[in-house]
Design a protein around this ligand. Structure first.
Ligand SMILES: [Zn+2]
Length: 190
């Protein structure tokens, strides 16, 4: 079952998932057009019945600022690292009560490290505490996978499920390989 509606830019670039009510409002206000709809499950209000939008396209091109694309959030960080501590290798399911996945700065902020994709990794709370404000070489703790900036869209879909209809638009724009990567991430996220 779809969690929302896939929103495409005017250029057909997949942008993000939006909640159904927001997608409907964009369509009603003329800011988006319905590209794909689920006609078997209409959305009903007091006065009208509409096909449920599965994919919408913005009527005007919007420019997504680079700083937004680059923003590090824990949701996306954990998805990039497949919900696994990059030091001990435990996944979120292996954690004990009161342990949690956290954001670790490989070069600590106090040592001049930055809060950027290339310097943050997922760490369980005990590993994060153990590493503290030390450099990897000082304590012998190195991330399993060197951190890099992931693709913005890659991240957006790593934390959500796509319907086959929505997936087709990802493949159209980014190709089969991107879709396969996303599907693989989805499997790991569950
Ligand atoms: Zn750990």
């Amino acid at each position: 079952m779809a969690v929302g509606c896939l929103a495409l830019n005017a250029s057909f670039e997949p942008l993000t998932m939006v909640p159904l009510h927001r997608a409907l409002r964009l369509v009603i206000e003329g800011k988006a057009e319905v590209v794909e709809a689920d006609r078997n499950r209409p959305v009903r209000s007091e006065r009208l019945s509409l096909p449920r939008p599965a994919v919408i396209r913005l009527t005007r091109f919007i420019h997504v600022p680079r700083r937004f694309r680059r923003q590090v959030t824990n949701t996306f960080l954990f998805a990039r690292d497949r919900y696994r501590c990059q030091y001990c290798g435990r996944s979120s399911g292996d954690l004990r009560p009161r342990e949690a996945l956290t954001r670790d700065h490989v070069i600590p902020l106090s040592r001049g490290g930055m809060n950027v994709w290339e310097n943050v990794v997922t760490a369980c709370s005990p590993c994060n505490t153990r590493k503290s404000n030390r450099l990897p070489v000082e304590i012998g703790m190195h991330p399993m996978v060197p951190p890099t900036e992931p693709h913005f869209v890659h991240l957006s879909w790593a934390v959500r499920r796509l319907t086959p209809v929505q997936a087709r638009y990802i493949q159209l724009f980014y190709g089969r390989e991107m879709l396969e990567q996303l599907e693989e991430l989805e499997l790991h996220a569950r």
